[in-house]
Structure formats: structure tokens, C-alpha cells
Design a protein around this ligand. Sequence first.
Ligand code: PLP
Length: 412
Amino acid sequence: MDKIDIEKIRNDFPILKKKINDEKLIYLDNAATVQMPKEVLTACDTFYHDAYSNVHRSSHTLAIKATQIYETVRKKVQKFINAADTSEIIFTSGCTASLNLVALSWGESFISAGDEIVITAMEHHSNLIPWQQLALRKKAKLKFIELTPDGRLDMNDAAQKITSKTKLVAAVHVSNVLGVINPIKKLASLAHKVGAIMVVDGAQAVGHIPIDVQQLEADFYAFSGHKMLAPTGVGVLYGRKYLLEKMTPVMYGGEMIEHVSRFTSSWAEIPFKFEAGTPNIAGVRGLGAAIDYLNKISFQTITEYEQELTDCALNALKKITALTIYGPLTSKERLPIFSFNLDKIHAHDLATILDAEGVEVRAGHHCAEPLMTDLGVIATVRASFYIYNTEKDIDILVEAIEKAKDFFNHGN
Ligand SMILES: Cc1ncc(COP(=O)(O)O)c(C=O)c1O
């Protein structure tokens, strides 16, 4: 395996050279959005300079070039997640849009009163509210798989909750709060045994671990570009062909039709029937460049390095007295996303002090309010790492937390 060349990687990310509040930028908000390498910035810029046009409409040279670029990325995404066919790749505006599409289309058609939808207690609102609202509309029952005390999915509970009434199981692949990697294949097999479908929120997994939707046995897999080195406003919904073919569109307009008359319309083939309107073409180009960049480094290198960062950060954070860490305290089946609170100090106050030191973290409920309630808190601070972060960043984070601790103690 190639050892990661961290200096070379850091040089690829121009923003990392910036100063924040006169301090070196330590960017630890990667679970919100990761930074983009020069390759991705250049790819988007070049598209705007050399090929900017609409797709699947006009027949002039520039439009053909734009369409080729767009469809080349669809093929790249198919390979990247090992989908069986390019028609299974739908470009969306992001993970939220992808999950809502499944709920509004598959859910509206195939969930009925009395059916059960099973999700987990660690879902981001994007993979909770679409199912909650679907259940309310359809008079279906929403059930939650609970967590073990160390913040992992309780698979015994999963086996109890998934029953012959279950029609859909939806789970996050990697928790944006706890960092835990969920056993999706095992969940999918429980779901399939009872004839339910498996929907996966891959927002925090893609770009960190290799994704093989066929091996995972996912029926739908949703993710966002901006959490895997691509720009905001572009994402993907993978869906099995036979399911997508049975589904009706939820957005209507240009691009998604076969024929339209005054009073009736028919739909284009998949994936186009789900891509109404002009898509984020430059964003899609950026997504393609992001995939190339990740493949160049290789997932073996990325996962090994993230494992090292996880071990190192857990060791360092565990030594801070009065710090409560939420989620598993070992690096097994876990990514470097750490949520914590410092005794009696509000998460936002701690994040403000860290920001003054140039350490950019997020404080809040992380769009997972029900999980916060289960943890008995209203907010946490979250430090999340990516391939350009270093062990030095961990040292600086720890120093900044210790500084905050002193500051608040002095204030008492
Ligand atoms: C686990 C998880 N799911 C879904 C989302 C939603 O992603 P987006 O806002 O890009 O649609 C996020 C974003 O933070 C997330 O962390």
C-alpha cells in the first residue's frame, strides 16, 4: 500500500493555506462540507470556460460536449459505487433531495396504512423527516432501531423491529454525530428476508470508505458531492433499475418527458424521468474530478490514514478531563468524526473559543435532534477530520480545548 503523502495532499487544497483570526486554519468541519482540491476547482472552471452549455437539448457542438461530459461522469459514478447500470444513477441536488425523492416516489406508491417503516435512532433529519412525514400521510408505523450504550446500532433490536409488516428499512451508513459505521449489509439482509427494501444515507461514508452498492445489497443509496471533494448543489441517488422503473416522477418539467400533449404526458426512460429541469452541470463535472482524485489516492490509503487519525484523536481526546465523548471510544468500525462536550460549557461557547484559535468545528444538534435527546444533551461540539488533516491538527485541537477549559475556569 502507498503511504499517504500528506504534504502533497495539503498542497492540493489552496484554502488550507488561509489564516483564520490570524491563526493557521485547522479545518475540522469536514462532516458538514469538505474542501475541494485544485483538480476539482480547475475542472469546474474549465467547464465554464470551454464547454458551458445545457445538456440533452440542443444539437450544436458545445451542447454535445456538455452532454458528453455530463454522461461521462454518470458512468464514472456507476463504476465508483459499482452500480450494475448507468441508468441506476440519478443526479440530484444532494443527499437530502435523493432521500426525499425515494420517500415521495417509492414511498407514496408502495407504503400503505398499517405498514411499518424502520429507521435508526441515529438518523440525520434528512433520513428521518421524509419517513416520518410519509408515515403520517399514510398512517404507517415508524419504528426506531435503538443504540447500544457505546453508540453502535443494536442489531438484536434490529432483528426484533424488522418484521413481516416492514416495507422499508432506512439507515445512515456512517453517523454524522457518532462516527460509527453501520453494518448495512446485515440490515439489508434482515430487510430483504421480510420483503422490505433497504435505503441507505451514504452522506458521511462516500469519499471515506469504498462503496459497493451491490455488495451492500442496498436498494437505494443517497449521497452528496460536497462531502466527497465536489462542489455543493450536486448529489446522487442510486436505485435498483427494477425499482426505479416502477416509480413515478415527483418533479415535472423539461428533460424528463417522452411526449407531452395539452392534457397528458408520458415520461422519459430512467434515469432521465427523475432529472427534471437543468441540472448542476458544472457541479457534476466537479463530482467526476472528485472521483478521479479519490481514486488516485486510493481507498486503501484513505481508510488506513483515517483509521490512524481516529486512533490518535481518540487517545488524545480521552485524556482531556471533563470531556464527554459521544460514540464508540475505539477506532473499530468508526470514522474520525468526534462529538463531545466540555463539562458545564455550552457547545457554542466552546466552538467560539476554538474558532478564535483558528480551529473550525461545528456546534449544535447536527440535524439529529432526536439523537441529542437520547444522549441527554441539546448540543455537542463536533470535530470531523479528512485526508488533509494531520496529527498536528489533533494536537492544536486538544491545546485549544485545554485553553478553553482554563478560560472558563478562570471566569468562575
Ligand atoms: C448523515 C447525513 N445525511 C444527510 C445529510 C444531508 O446532506 P445534504 O445537506 O448535502 O443534502 C447530511 C449532511 O450533513 C448528513 O451528515
